[in-house]
Design a protein around this ligand. Structure first.
Ligand SMILES: *Cc1c(COP(=O)(O)O)cnc(C)c1O
Length: 220
């Protein structure tokens, strides 16, 4: 078995164990393999090992890499986890099965238009700046109700919330807060947890974990 397949199995086992500790079903957690910066040769072993959900943070990079891989394996699901410029909304709606970075009014409007035109809507997550950090992407916690209302008025169905907690602090309270915000707004999706903290996130309700380094090794 390749290294990638070993790492995949190890992470799946950890997710299963974390889910069991929280009396949750492992099937309710989607593992997104974050393949940004990694080429097709690095990705193929994971596809061969059965992985189907992949995450990219840039539309351009995904457009260069994935058409060929998808032609080989049509049931692959692609998740956009990075910032999205409004002028790339059409391209993102055409290419991605899920967009985790809906974070502002102008993007809600651009996505509504793009989905209308395309006749399809990817799963959408509103990214929340859960630690209220100055430079960080995501909508402010205080602005979340208004953004969700605007998305609804624009005809978009929001699946859930996404967050990246502040670095170098215990992430659990931020995962708990995202879970509470999702609950408050009756949203089922919680996209939270990365290589260093996905088990904690699973125990606190994550439905989607985004794991890069632990699967692929470090990025250049
Ligand atoms: C890169 C990235 C990840 C994966 O991070 P790792 O620490 O490599 O697992 C997850 N989420 C987002 C939004 C990212 O940009």
């Amino acid at each position: 078995m390749s290294d990638a397949a070993d790492r995949l199995n190890e992470i799946k086992t950890k997710i299963t164990n974390a889910a069991a500790r929280a009396h949750r079903k492992a099937d309710d957690i989607c593992l997104i393999a974050v393949s940004k910066t990694h080429d097709a040769a690095a990705i193929r072993p994971l596809i061969a090992a059965g992985q189907r959900h992949f995450g990219e943070n840039r539309v351009q990079e995904a457009a260069a890499k994935w058409p060929e891989l998808r032609a080989e394996t049509p049931d692959i699901k692609l998740h956009l986890i990075g910032q999205l410029q409004s002028n790339k909304a059409d391209e993102a709606v055409a290419m991605f099965d899920a967009i985790h970075s809906v974070d502002r009014s102008s993007l809600v409007q651009a996505l509504a238009k793009a989905c209308d035109k395309a006749g399809r809507q990817p799963q959408l997550f509103v990214q929340v700046n859960i630690g209220d950090e100055e430079q960080k992407g995501g909508c402010k916690v205080a602005d979340l109700p208004a953004l969700l209302a605007e998305a609804k008025a624009a005809g978009l169905k929001i699946e859930g919330l996404m967050a990246i907690p502040p670095a170098d602090i215990e992430p659990a309270p931020f995962f708990a807060l995202l879970d509470e915000l999702a609950e408050r707004h009756a949203l089922t999706g919680r996209s939270m947890g990365m290589s260093g903290d996905y088990e904690t996130a699973v125990m606190l309700g994550a439905t989607h974990v985004r794991v890069g380094t632990a699967l692929f090794g470090t990025r250049d």
